[in-house]
Design a protein around this ligand. Structure first.
Ligand code: ATP
Ligand code: MG
Length: 385
């Protein structure tokens, strides 16, 4: 059997883990957002730098061209210029060239960085979107853990209660058997042993001293009487109902009278056919079916009137219990309460065990009718066991 408190513990654990994951995802998504902002600023920076460097490259190109022209001019008319001028022009052109190469290289680098940053930002955007989705999913999981799963553990608890109920019924029966066995052992069994002993003693006494026999017999009778009372008491405890003493119909009348008095629901009992004594198993079954049906009427029907009809046919007993209450959707209720409609299931099982037929007809707003028949065998009609 699953321990429900253990299950609850597991659910709590899972909930903690999921909550923690949620926080972690929050943290991650927050980081991603900050990183996104940072990369965006960096990208802006790089873009301005690119703009600047393009301008610079343009400027340098112009200067470099100018320096080249100057160099060509100086070297063509080198006689007109001093050696130093020529050298200067040469160096100027050369340095401009180097500078230009450097700047172009830097421009290329910056463009690379820009591309890289743009890709990076796209990825970050996806990460942020994914983490938002994850947060939604995880919130849903938490909701399920809070609602559905906690009712699940309730449900399992309920089921287990049912199991326990079934078990406790069996245990109760077992206890009852033990108690009865003990009672018979302590009471009638000992008395009977005692009676046998005394009877043997009386037999001897008849040979030895017959005058004492009468007194001994009286004591013995007293013992027998007491044992009989013990046995009757045990039997009465076993069947507190008046069913065996009174017979089915009087016992039913008595029960119905009490029922009407207690709950103010009028019950009419009609008996058709010629009444005969029934096997006690059968009588008990019929009594229990009527009892359970009336209990259901009291609990659910809101009826004012019930008609109980019993028909004694030569080979079977027909019974109906009809109320004028709210009625119900039998199939739906039995499907919904599968395994829990113990009342109706119990009635049906009893009847099936006795090889009879059981049926409930009900219409919403039109009351309910419980119907059964139970076959009566010839040897069952003789009035019990
Ligand atoms: N006479 C009736 N009128 C209206 N509804 C009924 C009637 N008899 C039974 N029902 C419906 O059928 C359901 C099943 O009845 P059933 O006797 O099997 O179980 P229960 O009475 O709910 O529980 P239990 O009998 O085990 O105490 C009831 O819960 C009720 O909804
Ligand atoms: Mg019931």
């Amino acid at each position: 059997m699953i321990d429900v408190s253990y299950l609850d513990k597991i659910i709590q654990k899972v909930k903690q883990v999921v909550e923690k994951s949620k926080e972690e995802i929050y943290g991650l998504s927050e980081n991603a957002r900050q990183e996104y902002e940072r990369a965006k600023r960096e990208l802006e920076q790089v873009k301005t730098e690119i703009k600047e460097i393009i301008e610079e490259v343009d400027r340098l190109e112009k200067e470099y061209i100018k320096a080249r022209i100057r160099l060509v001019e100086v070297s063509r008319n080198f006689r007109l210029f001093k050696e130093e001028d020529i050298k200067n022009a040469y160096e100027e052109a050369h340095s401009k060239q180097i500078e230009l190469i450097n700047k172009r290289e830097k421009e290329k680098l910056l463009r690379n960085t820009r591309e890289h940053l743009q890709r990076y930002l796209k990825n970050l955007e996806m990460t942020i979107k994914r983490s938002e989705e994850l947060i939604i999913n995880i919130s849903m999981v938490i909701k399920i853990l809070n609602n559905e799963l906690s009712t699940l553990s309730d449900k399992i608890g309920e089921l287990q209660q049912f199991q326990a109920l079934g078990l406790s019924v069996i245990t109760a029966q077992e206890e009852e058997r033990k108690r009865i066995a003990r009672e018979i052992h302590d009471g009638p069994a000992q008395s009977l042993a005692n009676i046998v002993m005394r009877a043997e003693y009386i037999l001897k006494l008849m040979e030895v001293n017959p005058s004492l026999v009468k007194d001994e017999l009286l004591t013995l009778m007293e013992l027998v009487r007491k044992s009989l009372a013990d046995v009757r008491k045990i039997i009465f405890d076993l069947r507190p109902m008046s069913l065996d003493d009174l017979g089915l119909i009087p016992a039913l009348r008595r029960y119905i009278e009490q029922f009407t008095k207690n709950y103010g629901i009028f019950v009419e009992l009609t008996v058709l056919g010629k009444e005969y004594a029934l096997d006690s198993t059968l009588a008990i079954a019929i009594f229990r079916i009527i009892q359970e049906s009336l209990n259901n009427v009291r609990k659910y029907a809101g009826a004012t009137e019930v008609v109980v009809k019993l028909e004694y046919l030569p080979d079977r007993i027909n019974g109906t219990i009809r109320d004028n209450g709210c009625g119900f959707d039998v199939e739906k209720v039995l499907a919904d309460k599968e395994g829990t409609a113990f009342g109706i299931m119990g009635m049906r099982e009893r009847v099936q065990l006795l090889k009879g037929k059981f049926e409930i007809r009900s219409k919403i707003g039109r009351g309910t009718e419980v119907m059964f028949f139970i076959p009566v065998k010839k040897d069952n009609k003789s009035g019990g066991n």
